[in-house]
Design a protein around this ligand. Structure first.
Ligand code: G1P
Length: 287
């Protein structure tokens, strides 16, 4: 079955980016000139997703506006004949169907995903975390959809991380069953390096089956006092099996200041009009 729906949790406070996130949603921080969440939605669309469910909280209205028509602005640009600028915004509202649901209490990622239950219904779906920006030739979610179609089991994206960083991630335990395929036996949320079952971290792309909702309804709070998606995955993998997939592509942690800056530099380097000057500035430590 094709994956057509994606849940994008966007209900965090973005505290790692304060003060900018006091009034601006973290998801709208720019990588070069596009908000982070636009990269995510574009990846979803390029992977065959037709319907996006944003999980938001109070103060995230600007994300909805970003994917809506701004009639006044578009009309002004049209009248001025500024088609180049117009082309940057006029497709955004048509790109994909987006609805948003509010997560009324900040109870964790598992709880955020649970809010999409009624809109997902009885079909497999994707969860895409806005912090993980993945630059790849074939969109990461499309790679994963193909793995799902082949194996018929939930799929989560994984990547090797340095041992000292394992406590920032969900970590998998599994048996390698192919070049980039792991049959999962367990997942642990944010273990200490001495307790981590591997150095393969869960990256924010998941293809899940609807059983996850009942499981999350029964999941009590775990690491950090939050209802963790990873704790729900633990149960889902016992029931259905689960694949850890080492995706192809470069991943940037947009939720971290350094990762965010690196993503900006990497994407700026892909812009011919910026690249040479940027290299020159970096070589001379910026002047
Ligand atoms: C979340 C998940 C974690 C995963 C990470 C990937 O953590 O809970 O399992 O490894 O995303 O970015 P967060 O970054 O929200 O703390």
């Amino acid at each position: 079955m094709k994956i057509k729906k994606a849940v994008i949790p966007a209900a965090g406070y973005g505290t790692r980016f304060l003060p900018v996130t006091k009034a601006v949603p973290k998801e709208l921080l720019p990588i070069v000139d596009k908000p982070m969440i636009q990269y995510i939605v574009e990846e979803a669309k390029a992977s065959g997703i037709e319907f996006v469910i944003l999980i938001v909280n109070h103060g995230k209205e600007a994300i909805e506006d970003h994917f809506d028509i701004n009639y006044e602005l578009e009309d002004t640009l049209r009248k001025k004949g500024n088609n180049e600028l117009l082309s940057l915004i006029d497709g955004l509202s048509e790109m994909i169907k987006i609805v948003s649901i509010r997560q009324k209490k900040p109870l964790g990622l598992g709880h955020a995903v649970l809010q999409a239950k009624n809109l997902i219904g009885d079909e497999p779906f994707a969860v895409v975390l806005g912090d993980d920006i993945i630059d790849s030739e074939k969109p990461c979610l499309l790679q994963m959809s193909e793995v799902y179609e082949k194996y018929g089991k939930p799929v989560i994206a994984v990547q090797k991380v340095p041992r000292e960083d394992v406590s920032r991630y969900g970590i998998i335990k599994g048996k390698q069953a192919g070049n980039s395929i792991y049959m999962l036996e367990d997942v642990v949320e944010k273990p200490s390096p001495d307790k981590a079952p591997s150095d393969l971290a869960i990256i924010g792309r998941y293809i899940l089956t609807p059983e996850i909702f009942e499981i999350l309804e029964d999941t009590s709070s775990g690491a950090g006092g939050e209802i963790q998606l990873t704790d729900g995955l633990k149960v889902l993998l016992m029931k259905k099996g689960m694949i850890g997939y080492r995706f192809e592509g470069d991943r940037y942690d947009g939720g971290d200041k350094l990762g965010f800056l690196l993503a900006n530099i990497a994407y700026a380097m892909k812009r011919p009009e910026i690249k040479d000057k940027l290299l020159e500035c970096m070589a001379g430590y910026i002047k």
